[in-house]
Design a protein around this ligand. Structure first.
Ligand code: HEC
Ligand code: HEC
Length: 382
């Protein structure tokens, strides 16, 4: 493109205006930042010492079977704690894309399939998974015992908080062991740390606040293309239906028609398997290691139902930090934001396996409109 023409011709002139309903809708996408929730069942959540040790553990290879991998091997800080590989590669090759961890403290369910109900249990899964870190509880516990800073923090904090094991729930066939307790504490420290990972304010947040404060001067900084994209996001393209709220996620699970075959005859059933995994998980909020005994925190785990419609559903991801977390979708199958927008616009309704309401329909969007949506999405990152 000839750069000299920019400024001469009214390229992308800003003619977008919003109705009161649209303004109300996008004000609800903020304010930012938000205060994270406490990690449910985690008696160390919010404790600064636990957060500091959690950060050290995150970067340590102590937690993997052969001491070659840390959490940071896959969750890379400058990439929003995600990584550029389509699917994660740990001890073996995973079928899913590494999730970014910024703002993870605002979620209710963890994992693409919602297979974990707390940050600390979502931590034990990669540690113990044969595919990811393939660690053994007794081996990791013995290693942790040789780290003086960790052991002294455990002594200090467990003295303060005695409720590590729920004795009532522990009276099952497979009672907790001292080693397991130590590894769970490490996972809870990691949960405390991850809860603090917050993403920065973005150009969208500045625009949203400028509209909220009626500051017309500050509103001018927001690009015209992003404004057009925002209007589509709220209206014609109806993205806000699921990508709702300050995190741009309703926190719920939906089918967006992605292919679910992961190999010949192999499928990844998404939420359907996630609920089964959650129920079978010894470290769920109904298990012996729930350290806070807050009944309201366990309600979701007690009441979640499994149904045929859960097949092929994935948790709606946040749309913040996308410029750092490519590739996209649970299987990392889409490399670019334009690719994601095209996948929605050109969706094949026959691909959607859900029996309920048809939330997604093909969208009649021009090439320019698709680029506008991408420009809008880019303003949700810094
Ligand atoms: C081999 C790469 C790999 C390693 C190592 C790894 N993770 Fe992950 N992580 C993933 C993948 C892949 C997912 C998505 C898993 C899923 O949906 O089942 C994920 C998901 C998560 C989630 C859920 C995020 C969300 O938005 O719901 C958390 C929390 C997490 N990891 C924390 C950790 C911690 C803590 C460690 C270290 C103990 C760790 N991970 C080690 C690849 C990895
Ligand atoms: C019916 C609910 C729903 C609607 C409507 C919806 N999305 Fe999504 N979105 C999801 C779910 C669920 C995923 C994850 C799918 C997967 O992992 O396979 C997703 C994934 C994404 C991703 C990838 C994020 C990442 O981190 O991998 C982007 C970008 C995205 N959506 C943007 C949009 C845009 C733009 C629109 C409007 C055109 C839209 N979405 C409409 C539910 C929805």
């Amino acid at each position: 493109m000839c750069l000299l023409l920019v400024g001469v011709l009214p390229v992308g002139a800003d003619t977008t205006s919003f109705t009161d309903r649209e303004i109300a809708a996008f004000l609800a996408q903020g304010p930012w930042p938000q205060t994270p929730l406490a990690d449910p069942g985690n008696e160390y959540s919010g404790n600064p010492l636990a957060e500091t040790l959690g950060k050290a553990l995150f970067n340590s290879t102590l937690l993997s079977g052969d001491e070659t991998l840390s959490c940071a091997s896959c969750h890379v800080e400058h990439l929003g704690f995600a990584e550029p590989k389509p699917v994660a590669i740990g001890v073996a090759t995973h079928v899913r894309n590494t999730q970014g961890l910024l703002d993870v403290g605002l979620q209710r369910w963890f994992g693409w399939d919602g297979g974990a109900d707390s940050l600390w249990s979502a931590t034990l899964r990669p540690m113990l998974s044969e595919v990811e870190m393939a660690a053994d509880i007794d081996v990791v516990a013995r290693r942790l015992q040789t780290v003086p800073q960790f052991m002294s923090a455990v002594a200090e904090l467990s003295g303060l908080q005695k409720a590590v094991i729920n004795e009532r729930r522990a009276a099952d066939n497979d009672p907790p062991t001292e080693n397991e307790r130590l590894v769970v504490i490490a996972a809870k420290f990691l949960g405390a740390y991850m809860r603090t990972l917050a993403s920065p304010r973005t150009p969208f947040d500045d625009y949203r606040d400028a509209v909220f404060n009626d500051d017309t001067e500050a509103q001018k900084h927001y690009p015209a293309a992003a404004k057009r994209g925002l209007k589509l996001f709220l209206g014609e393209a109806n993205c806000q239906l699921c990508h709702f709220g300050p995190r741009f996620s309703n926190g719920e699970f939906h089918d967006t028609g992605r292919p679910f075959f992961t190999g010949v005859g192999e499928v990844d059933p998404g939420r359907y398997a996630g609920i089964q995994r959650l129920r079978a998980d010894r470290y769920n909020l109904l298990g012996p290691y729930n350290g806070t005994h807050a009944e309201h925190e366990t309600r979701k785990t007690r009441t979640v139902k499994l149904g045929q419609a859960n097949f092929g559903q994935w948790r709606t991801p946040s749309l913040r930090n996308l410029t750092r977390t490519a590739p996209y979708m649970h299987d990392g199958s889409i490399a670019t934001l334009r690719g994601v927008v095209d996948a929605y616009a050109d969706i094949d309704p026959d691909r959607l396996h859900n029996d309920g309401e048809a939330l997604l329909q093909p969208l009649d969007l021009t090439d320019n409109q698709r680029n506008d949506l991408v420009e809008f999405l880019r303003t949700l990152s810094r």
